[in-house]
Design a protein around this ligand. Structure first.
Ligand SMILES: Nc1ncnc2c1ncn2[C@@H]1O[C@H](COP(=O)(O)OP(=O)(O)OP(=O)(O)O)[C@@H](O)[C@H]1O
Length: 655
């Protein structure tokens, strides 16, 4: 039997396990850790890097004696199969056939809760408790499930811990016990005092989330969508299973299954079901009025929803939740609370563009899978009043904000079609829009933090700190909702059950992007420094759009800002110069064809900040993620890099 060894050995054990888990991208969901430790955002990688998951990911082993060690692999399950499992862990294991399940130290487990896996810290082996189904041989012997334990050996205690952690990460419950010798040997006691078993094995319980549901979203179908399509997925049990191959028990794999069909045999080996759990624990709150979601997010006790807030509705409800979170005193903790999205609104641009889920089922699956995606946030500041409103999708001025305003009148009658109707009507009484637009172009940064001209790059997080502080103030009144300009020109469709989603892996890094409002920070003007080269333009514009991501629309396959990425630290400014119906029509037609950037009167610029001031006789509406606000004087739109985490994986570029 392995001795659990010295203190230093235990430290290295823990390190090895945590490092390994980090590389597996499995550490993000440890809710207890999130409460106390800084926020960990996914490491920034190029857009191609994010899609490693579509295939196989090989993970090296940390063991210094790794020469003889095999690589652990993570396979990606087929979305169309009933395997939810995107995690598959395999390695050398052996089954102890000589020991019955009820001997040695494991007898103690019989009296405890029958967990799926039992492990005594420091040992090379762990015990899997399976519950195979047995058919009764005669009428006296009933069919049913009975417990059968398998004692399984890993090559080393470190390996055993990796295995147990892999199961724990798949929410398979683990009964973790001290080393069997711990009670006898005094010196071991002190080791376990310092390193309790829980520090090695993180037995995870299902994530706890708050669901904020807007019953008015879309055509008022969000409750139905949630109850019929999403709740069953959250409540469905998930079981980690041991697959023992036929060729001896030297290869062992842990699959995550979505349902409990095919309980017994799983070719080419035997499948032993372990224990089952609800996938996500949720508390559902339906909003009763506009602004309710914001208030909830601003006041909810995070201990009741440490794993996130799920928004069921359109982009408007997400915007409310974002602004509620960012208005809190405890901003640092607030921005660590991930936002999950179930698309049930008229247009669901954010979740479709960033996570590649445009229907409720894939969105629910991506929430269950639980990875996180860091996303830039932008802040729109009303310079004269200091009021700030945050967004994640787009802010727009001109024709589109007018449509947003008009569409409010048609909400009940036309539902998601209201934007189309409003656009049609507005088109025939098109006013002139004049703006003064100043923008600070984004520059390509070299390794030394300077741009191509040798200028130092503004650290947006400095601006960010001040913006976040100011944001504690009440937001501006909201008037209506429209998140994607594409909805204007395309009749809406509420999505059906057909869905399309691919996922990719995001790796978590130790990089902390949180802002601590308690830190003593020098007061800074949020207006970027005067030496920065602002480009000023004044004139007639049909539309001014500032996009944070490419703004895909559920209504069409086209995107508004093709070069925009949700985490590229820049905003994409789209200017449609001039006026008149002909130009406007041409723009929207080209938008549908994906060639609007080739129009001579359309300008597309990557920017860091934009200042916009409506002219004297211009209608002063401004849309932020589908919410309408009045603009008085100048507004400044700035970027806050990666200040929000969405629950789920970014979509594959192939979508
Ligand atoms: N119970 C409610 N009654 C009336 N309005 C509400 C209620 N709950 C939320 N709202 C408001 O409805 C607005 C629109 O909601 P949401 O974005 O969810 O749906 P949508 O407009 O259909 O979708 P999209 O914004 O994608 O077009 C939100 O900005 C919110 O302020």
């Amino acid at each position: 039997m392995q001795n659990s060894g010295s203190l230093s050995k235990h430290s290295s054990l823990r390190l090895t396990t945590q490092q390994s888990l980090h590389r597996l991208g499995l550490c993000s969901q440890v809710s207890t850790a999130r409460q106390t430790s800084p926020i960990v955002f996914p490491e920034k990688r190029n857009s191609r890097g994010k899609t490693t998951k579509c295939g196989e990911l090989s993970v090296g082993n940390d063991d210094p004696n790794g020469a003889k060690r095999t690589e652990h692999r993570i396979d990606v399950g087929d979305e169309k199969s009933d395997l939810l499992g995107y995690e598959l862990f395999s390695g050398k294991l052996s089954l102890d056939k000589t020991k019955s399940s009820k001997n040695s130290e494991l007898q103690t487990l019989e009296n405890s809760n029958s967990d799926a896996l039992s492990y005594c810290v420091g040992l090379r082996h762990f015990t899997a408790h399976s519950y195979p189904f047995r058919k009764g041989s005669c009428f006296l012997m009933k069919s049913g499930r009975s417990r059968k334990d398998f004692q399984i050996f890993a090559s080393t205690p470190e390996d055993a811990i990796q295995w147990v952690n892999a199961f724990a990460d798949q929410k398979c419950s683990v009964n973790c016990l001290p080393h069997p010798m711990a009670s006898k040997k005094q010196n071991l006691d002190s080791i376990f005092d310092e390193f309790p078993p829980e520090s090695y094995i993180r037995c995870k319980s299902p994530p706890k989330m708050l669901v904020i549901l807007n019953p008015r979203s879309g055509r008022g179908r969000s409750s139905k969508v949630f109850n019929a399509l999403v709740e069953p997925i959250f409540k469905r049990t998930k079981s980690a299973k041991l697959l023992v191959s036929n060729s001896g028990v030297d290869s062992l794999k842990a699959h995550l299954r979505f349902d409990s069909k095919h309980k017994e045999v799983f070719l080419p080996g035997k499948l032993f079901p372990l224990s089952t759990h609800a996938v996500v624990y949720t508390r559902v709150v339906k909003t009763t009025s506009a602004g309710h979601a914001r208030k909830l997010a601003a006041s909810v006790d995070f201990t009741t929803c440490p794993d996130g807030i799920i928004c069921v509705g359109g982009d408007g409800i997400i915007n409310e939740v974002l602004n509620g979170l960012l208005s809190r005193e405890n901003q640092r903790e607030a921005i660590s609370i991930p936002i999950g999205i179930i698309p049930a609104g008229s247009d669901n641009s954010l979740v479709w563009t960033i996570l590649g889920a445009r229907d409720p089922i894939p969105a629910a699956i991506t929430i269950v899978k639980g990875s996180l995606t860091a996303t830039d946030v932008f802040a729109v500041e009303w310079i004269h009043t200091g009021a700030i409103h945050f967004g994640m999708t787009v802010t727009y001025f001109g024709f589109i904000s007018d449509i947003l305003e008009l569409s409010e009148k048609f909400q009940k009658r036309f539902g998601p079609l209201r934007y189309f109707v409003a656009a049609f009507l507005k088109f025939f009484c098109l006013p002139k829009y004049n703006y003064e637009v100043e923008h600070l172009p984004a520059r390509i940064v070299s390794g030394d933090g300077k741009d191509s001209d040798g200028h130092e790059i503004v650290d947006m997080s400095e601006l960010c700190t001040d913006i976040m502080r100011k944001s504690g103030k009440e937001g501006l009144p909201r008037a209506s909702s429209l998140s994607s300009i594409d909805s204007i020109m395309t009749p809406s469709r509420m999505s059906g059950n057909d869905f399309d989603m691919t996922c990719s892996t995001t790796e978590l890094s130790d990089y902390v992007r949180a802002i601590d409002p308690n830190e003593a920070v020098e007061k800074k003007e949020i207006t970027p420094r005067p030496e920065e080269n602002w480009v000023v333009a004044k004139g007639q514009y049909l539309a001014v759009l500032v996009c944070n991501h490419s703004c895909k629309s559920v209504q069409s396959s086209q995107v508004v800002a093709p070069k925009a990425e949700h985490d590229d630290n820049t905003l994409d400014l789209l200017l449609v110069r001039g006026g008149g119906r002909f130009k406007l029509l041409r723009f929207f037609l080209r938008l549908q064809m994906g060639s609007r950037l080739s129009l001579p009167y359309v300008e597309y610029i990557k920017v860091k900040s934009v200042k916009i001031k409506p002219g004297k006789h211009t209608h002063n509406g401004c849309g932020i993620d589908g919410e309408l606000f009045p603009v008085k004087g100048q507004v400044l739109c700035s970027l806050l890099p990666e200040q929000c985490r969405l629950v789920g994986n970014p979509s594959s570029p192939s979508l």
